[in-house]
Design a binder for this molecule. Structure first.
Ligand SMILES: *[C@@H]1O[C@H](CO)[C@@H](O)[C@H](O)[C@H]1NC(C)=O
Ligand SMILES: *[C@@H]1O[C@H](CO)[C@@H](O)[C@H](O)[C@H]1NC(C)=O
Ligand SMILES: CC(=O)N[C@H]1CO[C@H](CO)[C@@H](O)[C@@H]1O
Ligand SMILES: [Zn+2]
Length: 412
């Protein structure tokens, strides 16, 4: 009799604690293990990293969040010349989707405005062949900037990425293949962000805090993956000059657009931003694509102080650390350890074995091209929903059985 009661009590307690455990593991950020940044360790460049390239730890983090209902079930969008579109059947409200490309909606944690009086120094699409000149210029003015780098470009210009580090520039994420992220399924977004973080961590020892979506294409699903899996904050902008329209030949790729139809129109847009009120400050979208886009910057930069602007990188203006594990490039980073070295390398060799690794190293990803046309079936959210349900059912059954046993013990 006594032993039956103790047994029943034990079973009930185990049931209770396992259900508490099941509820607890909601947030799951990945940690990165540093590896040597040699090119064979990364997925093919300028392509979305395949699912087979993803370390299990990243997949587990994503699926844990999915099961907890933390990744909104927004279908992938389709990209066309007219922009992106969601399936017509989509019934969610604009607020729930919050797709910047269509309505300019910002997420509640997005950074899209500069601090008062601040002219934000930031550049997208590096590193390129023109980056070292920009970094040296900034360094000679003791000026840090935030550089939203494309993972594939880092593979192609590894030395230039290191140069950014040595010249006190902050490294941030601009995806692996420079593609439209709302057109990618959850696992694709995972690879685009994760591999860019990984290569930055490998070469710098620093875990990035910020990312900027190519062409600003983001919605609440993509944000939830960036924030929930990688603790990456989405950084947008509040002024544009369309410097990216000016190609390597100095000619415009957007003849019909203002700004962007000529170098003059780009300069006019910059001048207009320079005259903006000081509250909020200016967070202008600029690119380190070629000597022309770098040249726009180096020619107006000396005027900033005289116009009353304080030029600062993204984290400096908010007085926060540059990286998750280091205050800046000088600070000794804290090591993070949960992802095994062998996991990363094995994942890549697996991916390279499956897909073709046509490394297209010196091609600069074009920011203006509508490069997100490959669409995938809506993400496999439902597939993983069942395992949490199973454990809840087990706990429930256990409790019922315990109560029944307890009752019968009392009766006899
Ligand atoms: C995410 O990053 C922010 C900013 O660095 C930090 O304060 C926060 O603790 C991080 N969250 C987790 C769960 O590590
Ligand atoms: C961090 O890792 C690096 C490279 O493995 C190692 O040299 C360094 O001693 C480690 N630092 C700490 C504080 O553990
Ligand atoms: C908030 C937001 O931007 N919503 C838009 C998302 O995309 C659809 C079209 O597919 C628009 O109708 C929404 O207005
Ligand atoms: Zn870009």
């Amino acid at each position: 009799m006594h032993s039956t009661l103790i047994f029943v009590l034990l079973v009930t307690l185990i049931g209770f604690f396992s259900s508490v455990e099941a509820l607890k593991d909601h947030s799951h950020l990945v940690k990165f293990k540093r590896q040597n940044p040699d090119k064979s360790k990364y997925p093919p460049v300028l392509k979305t990293p395949p699912k087979s390239s993803l370390p299990q730890d990243w997949i587990d983090a994503l699926e844990t969040l999915q099961k907890a209902g933390k990744i909104p079930d927004i279908p992938v969008s389709t990209s066309s010349d007219d922009g992106i579109t969601y399936p017509k059947s989509l019934k969610m409200s604009q607020k729930e989707i919050c797709n910047w490309s269509i309505t300019g909606c910002f997420g509640q944690n997005d950074i899209h405005e500069a601090a008062d009086g601040v002219w934000t120094i930031s550049f997208d699409d590096g590193p390129t062949a023109s980056s070292p000149d920009l970094y040296d210029f900034l360094h000679s003015h003791n000026q840090a900037g935030t550089h939203f780098m494309i993972g594939s470009q880092i593979v192609a210009y590894m030395e230039n990425a290191k140069h950014a580090l040595q010249t006190q520039q902050q490294l941030a994420v601009h995806t692996w293949s420079h593609s439209l992220q709302t057109t990618k399924d959850n696992y694709e977004v995972l690879g685009e962000l994760g591999w860019t973080m990984q290569i930055i961590y490998d070469l710098s020892g620093r875990v990035p805090k910020y990312w900027r979506p190519p062409q600003g294409d983001v919605d609440n699903r993509v944000r939830a993956i960036a924030e929930g899996v990688f603790n990456l904050t989405t950084v947008m902008w509040d002024a544009e000059c369309n410097d990216w329209c000016i190609g390597d030949d100095g000619k415009s790729a957007c003849p019909g657009e203002t700004p962007g139809k000529s170098k003059k129109s780009v300069k006019q847009a910059i001048n207009k931003a320079l005259k903006k009120p000081k509250s909020p400050g200016v967070m202008i979208l600029e690119h380190e694509l070629n000597k022309y886009t770098v040249g726009f910057f180096t020619s107006y930069y000396p005027r900033l102080a005289g116009l009353g602007w304080k030029p600062l990188s993204v984290p400096e203006q908010f007085g926060v650390n540059w990286y998750h594990n280091a205050a800046n490039n000088d600070d000794v980073p804290v090591n993070t350890t949960s992802m095994l070295y062998s996991t990363v390398s094995a994942a890549v060799s697996k991916a390279n074995g499956n897909g073709n690794n046509s490394n297209n190293l010196n091609k600069v990803a074009s920011p203006g091209s509508k490069d997100g046309t490959a669409t995938n079936p809506p993400s496999s959210l439902a597939k993983n929903a069942s395992s949490k349900a199973h454990s809840s059912i087990a706990v429930f059954t256990l409790t019922i059985v315990s109560v029944a046993v307890m009752l019968s013990a009392t009766v006899f």
